[in-house]
Each structure stands twice: as structure tokens, then as C-alpha cells.
Design a protein around this ligand. Structure first.
Ligand code: BGC
Length: 450
């Protein structure tokens, strides 16, 4: 078994979180509504009708939670800034109470000796901007830039590690094409327009931080999944290629100055012509210091003529008798290794940080303890694959666990539990799971302090 020190003395070990999933206080202390607040109230699309009003109550408990990150032995705490907490309408008047809250969180990290990694956009667009068209309209870019500028000027002297956007493919596809996430929009036109403005935003954000924050380390994150064709037949190979364009290439290639991967998929080419995407190639480019990769599953893809546009279909893990998590996501550490290699093969990717990786399981509380052996086994497998990639010379400098504690898992509500700390949503009692203790030992922190 490998040790944490095998990853090198400077390797960053962290936990990742996101504002809407943990903070609560969703309509108090001057915060404006985000699209997730309204989506949860309006649509009935969240399992069991769960809401974000309280979540993990991190807004009131951030001190204890940050202390927990320290106790578990991590050196990085990744969290996001809720745009509508600092700018309730998305632009214009500033909510000083919201500004103060993030000062407090950052100061708490620094006083505990933790490095804050701040995500600017983790899917919670201000509702007021959504009313104007959200990510589908070009004006969103000016509004996003106002928000980035505010954060850079306010926190830039204390925060040096920035992540512009969390998984652009995740929120544009689920929220603007499939309608299962906020704001619940559907269709290819909405999706491609949102994709374009998001690709511009990720680069614009980088340029603003570079100009405003001396010594900033600027990254952005991408979801990534190895795409495995179901057979080696031509139809399946082409279907897999289209899915790869969408899921892995759509946002990193513009950031690297390559534009959208139109050459490999004519649908994207049509969009490029009708929306003059080519004119924005330069504006979508930014020289990121690091690329954040977030991996949860590979996808096995089969051609299916009945699926509009992409003509591809996922063959689920359970139908292939493969081990999977409570989300049905295949556990396959080789695919983690393969997708890291795929992203590392872009010559302009200078540094990779795994900014999220983790798994939901049906944890069972036994006498106040969670013996989540399955989650521990998952981390061991995935870390071994990561070490293999690193030892082959890929510049991987950090790994962040998704996630610190069970939280609001988007459309799954509070049912899907990804935490290494259990949360009782009635009492807000945190209990370290065995996986949390495993991390504590792995990282060489004091065992079983809590
Ligand atoms: C997101 C997280 C989410 C996790 C598990 C990632 O796509 O960034 O917010 O909770 O996956 O679904």
C-alpha cells in the first residue's frame, strides 16, 4: 500500500465543497435567490421536495467545519462563493453581510493553516440574472465579469488560488439542455448558447484575476469521463467520439486556444457558423496555471439512432454487471487513469489538480458509526491510479475529496451521501465516517481526535 508521502512533500490534499450544497441561509442575511433556490421551490424536480434553505447550515457552523477539515489532516479547503450572496441581484448593489461572511471563512482557513481554493461559480446563478436569460444571453458575460472583479478586488490579497468555473459541461447540459438541473431549460439551442457564454466566461474570469491579483494561481475545472465504445463497430466508435467531444473536449479546447471541437462533430460546426463562434476563439482562450479535473465514472457508449442529435446511448454499469456506487456510477480506477492521460496529452496543460473525486454509497449508521468500507476501498483504488499517472511524469499536484460532509446533492436532494463526514440533517450533528478516519491516518494527522 502506498503512502501520502509517495505523492511528494508539496502535494496538496484537500476537500471540496460548494456554497449551495452546504451553506443554507439561502434567503437571509441579505442574500438574493439563486436559480437553485427557485428551481427547488418551483419545479418538484428535487427528490422528496428537498430544499436548500438550511442545507448543512455551514453559514453558521463554518468555524467548526473548517476545524474538522484541519482535524482530518487536509491542507486545502475548497469552497465556492455564492454570487447572489454578495450581489443579490447578480449586479449592482453589494450585500456587505455576504462580503463579510466570505472574509470570515477565508480568515478561518488561514488561521487554521489551511489554503483556501475559491471557486467563483459552482452552478448557483442569481435568479435575477436568470430572469434576463441567464447563460443563454451574451449580457451574462459582462455581469459575470462584474462579479469576478468584485471577488478579485475584495479577497485577492488573501486568496491566491482561484477556480473560475465548476464543470461547465455539468451545468450547461443538465440545466440548459436536459432541464433536470436549474434553471430547467431544455434544447440544443439553449445549451449551445449557454456553452458559448460559459466558455467566454471561463477565459474572461482568468484575465480579470490575472490583472487584479498579484501572484494568483488561476485554474478552472472540467468534468471528465473516459468514453468507451460498446463495440469496435464504426457506429459505436463514432457515437463515442461525439460523446467525447461533448463531455470532455467542449470546454477545455476553447480554453487552450483551439476553439470548439467542430472538426470532429458537424453539429458543433453548424453552431459555429450560425453563432460566429470563430470570432470568439481568442476571447475563449486563457493560459491557466492549472486545470482542475473531476472524475466520477467512465461511460460505455453505444450508437442509437433514436436519440436526437448525439445518437448515442449509455450502457449502464449495472447492465454490464460492473461494480457501481449508489448513483449507479461505475467504479473503475483504470478509467480515471486513462482520462487523466487524455487531458494531460494537451501540450498546453501545464499542471493538473484533481479538484473532485469521490463516491456516494448507502451508508448505514450503526451505533452512531458509519463503517463505509466501500468508500475507503474506492479511495484506495483511485489514489493508486492517480499515483501511477503521477509517477509516469504527469504534473499532478493535488487531490481534493468530494466531499467533506453529506450535503445537498442537487436533483438527488439530501439522499445521496458523498461525505467522509456524516451529517444528520435534523440535528446538524457531524460524525466522522470510517473513511474520514482513514483519510486522517493516511494524511498522518492525529487519529480519532473527535
Ligand atoms: C459537482 C458536485 C457534485 C458532484 C457529485 C460534481 O459534478 O461539482 O457539485 O455534488 O459532482 O454529483
Amino acid at each position: 500500500m502506498f503512502k501520502a508521502s509517495d505523492f511528494g512533500p508539496d502535494f496538496l490534499w484537500g476537500v471540496a465543497t460548494a456554497a449551495p450544497q452546504i451553506e443554507g441561509a439561502s434567503n437571509t442575511y441579505g442574500k438574493g435567490a439563486s436559480i437553485w433556490d427557485t428551481f427547488a421551490k418551483r419545479t418538484g424536480k428535487i427528490k422528496k421536495g428537498h430544499q436548500l434553505d438550511v442545507a448543512c447550515d455551514f453559514y453558521h457552523r463554518y468555524r467548526e467545519d473548517i476545524a474538522l477539515v484541519k482535524t482530518l489532516g487536509f491542507t486545502v479547503f475548497r469552497f465556492s462563493i455564492s454570487w447572489s450572496r454578495v450581489l443579490p441581484l447578480g449586479k449592482g448593489p453589494i450585500n456587505e453581510e455576504g462580503i463579510r461572511f466570505y472574509h470570515n471563512v477565508i480568515d478561518e482557513c488561514l488561521s487554521q493553516g489551511l489554503i483556501p481554493y475559491v471557486t467563483l461559480y459552482h452552478w448557483d446563478l442569481p435568479e435575477a440574472l436568470s430572469q434576463l436569460g441567464g447563460w443563454t444571453v451574451f449580457s451574462i458575460n459582462a455581469d459575470f465579469n462584474e462579479f469576478v472583479m468584485l471577488c478579485a478586488k475584495t479577497y485577492g490579497d488573501k486568496v491566491k488560488n482561484w477556480i473560475i468555473i465548476n464543470e461547465p459541461f455539468g451545468f450547461t447540459s443538465l440545466g440548459y439542455m436536459l432541464g433536470v438541473h436549474a434553471p430547467g431549460e431544455t434544447g440544443l439551442t439553449n445549451f449551445l448558447a449557454a456553452a458559448q457564454h460559459t466558455a467566454i466566461a471561463q477565459a474572461d474570469g482568468g484575465h480579470i484575476l490575472r490583472a487584479e491579483v498579484p501572484n494568483a494561481r488561476i485554474g478552472t475545472t472540467f468534468s471528465c469521463s473516459e468514453i468507451i465504445p460498446y463495440t469496435s463497430g464504426a457506429n459505436d466508435l463514432l457515437a463515442a467520439k461525439r460523446v467525447d467531444c461533448l463531455m470532455n473536449r467542449l470546454f477545455i479546447e476553447p480554453a487552450l486556444g483551439m476553439g470548439f471541437p467542430t472538426a470532429d462533430w458537424d453539429v458543433l460546426e453548424k453552431f459555429a457558423v450560425s453563432h460566429s463562434t470563430w470570432r470568439h476563439v481568442k476571447r475563449m482562450t486563457f493560459d491557466f496555471d492549472f486545470i482542475g479535473l473531476q472524475n466520477y465514472f467512465p461511460l460505455v457508449i453505444r450508437y442509437n439512432a433514436f436519440i436526437p442529435v448525439v445518437q448515442a446511448w449509455e450502457v449502464k454499469a449495472k447492465n454490464r454487471n460492473k461494480p457501481h456506487t449508489a448513483m449507479g456510477w461505475e467504479i473503475n480506477a483504470d478509467s480515471f487513469y486513462n482520462i487523466i492521460k487524455q487531458f494531460a496529452s494537451y501540450s498546453k496543460v501545464k499542471e493538473i489538480i484533481i479538484t473532485e473525486n469521490g463516491a456516494a454509497f448507502n451508508d448505514k449508521l450503526t451505533n452512531g458509526h458509519i463503517h463505509d468500507e466501500d468508500r475507503i476501498a474506492f479511495f484506495k483504488l483511485y489514489l493508486a491510479a492517480l499515483l501511477k499517472a503521477k509517477n509516469e511524469g504527469i504534473n499532478i499536484t493535488g487531490y481534493m475529496v468530494w466531499t467533506l460532509m453529506d450535503n445537498f446533492e442537487w436533483a438527488e436532494g439530501y439522499q445521496a451521501r458523498f461525505g467522509i463526514v456524516h451529517n444528520d440533517f435534523k440535528t446538524q450533528q457531524r460524525s466522522i465516517k470510517d473513511s474520514g478516519y482513514w483519510w486522517q491516518q493516511f494524511l498522518g494527522a492525529q487519529p480519532r481526535l473527535l
